[in-house]
Write a protein that binds this ligand. Structure first.
Ligand SMILES: [Zn+2]
Length: 560
């Protein structure tokens, strides 16, 4: 392995909280001593991803991916082993010897450097807000908008001065090259002469963080008549506005809590300040599939609270479809004509906004209302026309109670029996609906898991003895005396045995998460399935039988 000392690896492994780290990628629920969630490595609708807090391991019963915290970060962030160590060390402020940095890939070092620059720049903007004369301008704007000190701190707001080279000068004093700033869109090359100028000038600054709390870009609101009123970082190696949502890093992962999606930074911040802590903002784009996927990690239900103008409503309609396609329940909040959420809450207060949330309507009702606007349902001809279109909308619903609710409401409204509406809908629904899919998904997951359990013969014995040794210190002695790594006939069990023997030689105790650090992909997978197997080995004397079987396998292998 070589790059970092084992002490350092151990320290990172112990300080990094596996639940916290994994929670940035999928929502975990506590089940007994463990945590369960939807697997971040394959698409599934029922959770089969398991995090064992005590062992500091994760495992997916669906796709078989498993390992320790480094394995997880390597896979999710596409990093090498030393890079994963560096990545986690940065997160938990663990000092690593910088001489080792040459082992990191160019790309990783580059990204890390750019993130550090963003971090420094955010601090600079924040400093300018509170400690410069021009900053007062921004402070009085913040006060006018009713933001508290606490809110300013929570979102780490800042201020970019009107100067054309304030940031350039500051970063130069810190030894940062303009070329680097240009890469992350903080400065812009001059058109007619050499040199650069600051992108953000005389603006209130909103640092934008990703789900792992890295600052990846900035938004800036003009404090004078400059256009555009809101300016974002351009697309950079760190920032892509369609891939992120403002505020994601401060909301909680709780599928039972609705997440409110607004259009603007100020809407988002003001709602947080008034206690609506599950609010995020799109970054001035229509909702993308990627953003919907991100939201799905945090919640089951999204409430869209877009401006009540025509553009806002059209955006909401599109957004609802995108969110629904990712399996999210969607509701839409009706704001008073021409108002944005920030204005509404400033004018009418928290309670009023809460009633708007309570009155928000679901996607189906929203669609039915839109159809109703185009048809006169007072005539019987209009009724039938409306019913025909309404049934198409209702046929999209994939859960029965929700369907029933809408059918009853529609039946009442049109004066038609609920039965006949249901019959019509049934004829529209495809036989293979979502429910069937879920069942087959569970079956698949179980099948894979059963395959793991049904391994027989020598290979099974090899796995069993490894499990025995991994879980019982008393078994080490006999294992060491009686076996050698080459006795293992399966290449993956042999890899694990090999690591174990090396560890026995060096240390007194074996730390299971540590073993992963010495295994390749296949070996890790093997180890995960061995650890997750629920077959218990009760008989103490079984170890002799297992050892015999493993040895027999070795002999048989070397004869044939
Ligand atoms: Zn999986």
């Amino acid at each position: 392995m070589g790059f970092y000392s084992e002490d350092i690896i151990k320290e990172v492994q112990e300080r990094a909280d596996i639940v916290e780290i994994i929670s940035a990628y999928t929502s975990l629920q506590k089940r007994g001593n463990n945590y369960m969630g939807l697997c971040p490595f394959h698409t599934e609708k029922t959770p089969s991803f398991n995090v064992d807090v005590e062992k500091r391991l994760f495992y997916c019963f669906g796709c078989g991916t498993g390992g320790n915290i480094f394995t997880f970060i390597m896979k999710k962030e596409n990093l090498s082993f030393p890079e994963a160590i560096r990545y986690l060390a940065d997160k938990y402020h663990i000092r690593l010897p910088s001489t080792m940095d040459k082992e990191l890939s160019q790309e990783f070092r580059e990204r890390r450097k750019l993130l550090q620059i963003n971090d420094l720049v955010a601090k600079y903007y924040n400093y300018c807000l509170f400690h410069t004369r021009e900053g007062r301008n921004a402070i009085s704007y913040i006060k006018r908008r009713g933001l508290t000190q606490e809110t300013v701190e929570k979102f780490f707001l800042g201020y970019a001065s009107p100067s054309w080279d304030g940031l350039i000068k500051f970063t130069r004093s810190k030894g940062i090259e303009p070329k680097e700033l240009e890469k992350i869109g903080l400065i812009v090359p001059r058109k007619n002469s050499k040199g650069y100028y600051d992108r953000f000038r005389n603006r209130l600054i909103f640092p934008i963080k990703d789900i792992t709390k890295n600052i990846i870009g900035f938004g800036g609101r003009a404090l004078d008549a400059s256009m555009p009123k809101y300016l974002n970082s351009p697309e950079t190696p760190l920032f892509s506005k369609g891939d992120n949502l403002y505020g994601l890093s401060v909301i909680k992962k709780d599928s039972s809590k609705d997440v409110i999606v607004v259009e603007g930074y100020m809407d988002c911040i003001t709602l947080h300040q008034h206690g609506f802590n599950q609010t995020v903002a799109t970054l001035g784009t229509a909702l993308t599939k990627k953003q919907a996927k991100l939201l799905k990690k945090y919640t089951d239900t999204v409430i869209l609270s877009y401006d009540a103008d025509e553009a806002g409503q059209a955006a909401a309609m599109r957004g609802m479809e995108v969110l629904a396609q990712e399996g999210l329940r969607v509701k839409i909040l009706n704001l008073p004509e021409g108002k944005d959420p920030d204005e509404v809450i400033q004018d009418k207060g928290r309670k009023y906004f809460q009633t708007l949330i309570n009155d928000s309507i679901d996607l189906i009702t929203f669609k039915l209302n839109s159809i109703k606007k185009t048809i006169d349902i007072k005539t019987s001809d209009g009724k039938l026309k409306f019913l025909k279109q309404a049934i198409k909308v209702l046929a999209e619903i994939d859960n029965q109670p929700e369907m029933d609710l809408h059918v009853i409401r529609l039946a009442k409204e049109l004066g038609i029996s609920a039965e006949s509406i249901k019959k019509e809908i049934k004829s529209k629904i495809l036989p293979n609906n979502g429910y069937e899919y879920k069942k087959s998904q569970i079956r698949d997951n179980n099948k894979q898991f059963n395959e793991i359990l049904q391994v027989t013969g020598i290979y099974k014995a090899e796995r069993k003895i490894l499990k025995l040794v991994l879980e019982n210190e008393e078994a080490w002695g006999i294992f060491k005396e009686q076996l050698e790594p080459q006795y293992f006939t399966n290449k993956n069990t042999r890899k694990i045995a090999d690591v174990l023997f090396k560890m026995f030689k060096k240390v007194e105790s074996i730390d299971i998460p540590d073993i992963y650090n010495y295994l390749d992909e296949e070996g890790s997978k093997e180890l995960s399935t061995i650890l997750m197997e629920t077959t218990e080995i009760k008989d103490e004397e079984l170890i002799d039988a297992l050892i015999k079987k493993v040895k027999y396998g070795y002999l048989k292998d070397s004869i044939t």
